[in-house]
Design a binder for this molecule. Structure first.
Ligand SMILES: NC(=O)c1ccc[n+]([C@@H]2O[C@H](COP(=O)([O-])OP(=O)(O)OC[C@H]3O[C@@H](n4cnc5c(N)ncnc54)[C@H](OP(=O)(O)O)[C@@H]3O)[C@@H](O)[C@H]2O)c1
Length: 274
């Protein structure tokens, strides 16, 4: 199984995690909840650990808690969620609600969602970490938004992790943020690994290039994911899915060979040509 270490601690994480935006926002529907239990079980069965959510994702956190309660307790969960409220004073209550929804003792990683009131929430998170209520502190952005501001925060604040968008077509983070994360010893979680369905819409009709077999990929999903996690600064990618078969495909990227720098460059060229 492919793992990478969180630089701050050396703790190893499986390089493929799971996102939950939209896919786990299924409300009270018993049938859909039962399907998500199967998706999450497939995730753990394949060696997954990192689950990412947010209070912004509707009922996703409640549904994750529903699923976790129905899956054997030996799962090696690494629980990551976010604080997402304009006012610092509402942060602790929101995080406590999240903890109760998930049904866990504490979060491993708590992130400030989309930089919202980041200075206020980081103050709270530092206190929470010192008191042992959370293990790691992070901050998130996506879609290439506000990279300049994120860069400033990465330079000046003590963080353990950043979450940002990085995939084979959205590579802006390669210029400054990924090298900076490596320099500052920050874990990097890559969101939107498939640019929500778009990479499949653009590329899945093309046959897999010959080099896919060299990195043990049997489908485009694995090619997209292995491109991301083979970047030296990236710790894990968090694809989201509502389907067991897609989860199994995605978790295939947790095993086998990764591309080296030369093949990564070729992957970019070939994908741009398609
Ligand atoms: N600012 C932030 O903090 C922020 C912003 C964006 C995202 N995120 C996090 O990152 C996670 C991932 O990003 P995302 O959800 O936007 O998009 P994504 O993971 O790039 O794409 C999800 C989509 O891909 C499809 N999919 C998954 N596996 C597939 C496969 N093997 N074959 C074909 N289609 C597949 C899913 O459809 P099916 O359900 O049909 O499989 C779903 O529609 C989010 O869920 C969230 O946790 C964080």
């Amino acid at each position: 199984m492919l793992t990478k270490a969180i630089p701050a601690s050396g703790e190893a994480l499986p390089v493929i995690g799971m996102g939950s935006w939209i896919t786990f926002n299924v409300g009270d529907d018993a049938g859909l909840r039962a399907q998500r239990v199967d998706v999450l079980r497939a995730f753990f069965d394949a060696g997954g650990a990192v689950i990412d959510s947010s209070p912004m994702y509707g009922t996703s956190e409640e549904v994750i808690g529903h699923c976790l309660a129905r899956i054997e307790s030996s799962r090696p969960l690494f629980a990551a969620t976010k604080v997402w409220t304009p006012l610092q004073m509402f942060g602790p209550g929101q995080m406590e609600d999240s903890r109760a929804y998930w049904g866990i003792e504490r979060f491993d990683l708590m992130q400030v969602h989309n930089l919202l009131n980041w200075d206020g929430h980081l103050e709270t998170l530092r206190e929470d970490k010192a008191a042992g209520r959370i293990r790691y502190i992070g901050i998130t952005t996506s879609h290439g938004r506000r990279h300049r501001e994120l860069e400033r925060i990465m330079l000046q604040e003590p963080l353990d992790a950043v979450q940002l968008t990085y995939n084979i077509v959205d590579r802006e983070a390669e210029r400054r943020l990924l090298p900076l994360a490596a320099e500052r010893g920050l874990a990097v979680i890559a969101n939107r690994p498939f640019r929500r369905k778009q990479l499949f819409t653009l590329l899945a009709r093309h046959p897999l290039p010959g080099w896919a077999a060299e990195i043990d990929c049997t489908c485009w999903a694995q090619v997209f994911l292995k491109f991301i996690v083979s970047h030296p600064a990236v710790t894990c990618a968090i694809p989201a899915t509502s389907r067991v078969d897609h989860m199994q495909e995605n978790m295939g990227a947790l095993y086998g060979r990764l591309p080296d720098a030369a093949l990564r460059a070729r992957m970019v060229r070939d994908v741009e040509d398609l």
